[in-house]
Design a protein around this ligand. Sequence first.
Ligand SMILES: *Cc1c(COP(=O)(O)O)cnc(C)c1O
Length: 370
Amino acid sequence: MILVSEPVIGENETRYVLDCLQTGWISSAGAYIEKFEQQWASYCGMRHGIAVSNGTAALQIAIGCLQLEPGDEVILPSFTIISCIQAITYNGLKPVLIDCDPDTWCMDVAQIEAKITPRSRAIMPVHMYGHPVDMDPVIELANRYSLKIVEDAAQVHGGEYKGRKCGGMGDISCFSFFANKIITTGEGGMLLTNDDAYAERARKLRNLCFESGRRFMHRELGFNYRLTNMQAAIGLAQVEKIEELVQRKIDIGQYYLNKLRDIPVIQLPVEREWAKNVYWMFGLILDESTGETAETFAKKMRNEGIETRPYFLGMHEQAVFKIEGLFEGETYPVTERIARQGLYIPSGLNLNLNTQDHIIRSIRGILKLL
Ligand SMILES: *Cc1c(COP(=O)(O)O)cnc(C)c1O
């Protein structure tokens, strides 16, 4: 089976982890953590990096840093991962959804302003599948209405908006380093910020809100969301070759684009003139005229030995939120369509041209376009 993605572990990853094991620095103290934090922050153009146990934890802490009041609102796309909503609701806040752009699959920034209320406090742009959100209008609205921006940059390591790195534009930005992300630590995440107070608060929340004065005296409740030195060791080795990894993703994406461009019944990823798309995952939207849905198409691809993944199911369609009465009666047509017609094909760093050709032939075969 050709998997959607597989991490590629090099010699330095092994060497650095071995160093942790041999020196005994296997917990959440140790030199690799700070090095990883500093190098990732500096790569993205931010001052502080706070490594945490995963991307979901990063989002939850990021929202926690804003210290908002219960019932305050955060605007985000319906088309995203559940982690984004949890980060908001676990902090006692209200998620407010908008639809996404049919071409970039990122939040449709033209829909934000209509959802701003006196309770709005933050916007959470989620860069999607390698392509950045159109950030200037988000930043303009945030300034005009005094809203904070928490960027979710889990899917766009190395992606750029008008020359600025994704994850370098928000008040706080969040990353995941799960095994399928462009750089990985197995499980892991990070927050970046230029704000000293947010950085300090994020470090506190990450580590059970220990106080610097009296040991075991707590004024607030935090979490244990620490990353281990061993995971950071893998991360450091990965950051050191980030340019190569990002270029590899772009090459894979462009090869697919060139070979699939002539098929009118599938919609391919775009790259807006202001964007650097890093093609984290190569997505397709199947036109209804093919008679296929993502689900039927995925089964046929599986028969060819190819794994695919469906697109996100919108947050307003989640059973868990129906029970809670959230998003009742709301509808987001673009999200609903791409959730049914969209899927992504293998995009791992280990793909070679033979495998990509086999995938391309299979797509054409299923669509009877050979
Ligand atoms: C992967 C991902 C996350 C969650 O990260 P985990 O490390 O799996 O918790 C959050 N947001 C987006 C957009 C993601 O792709």
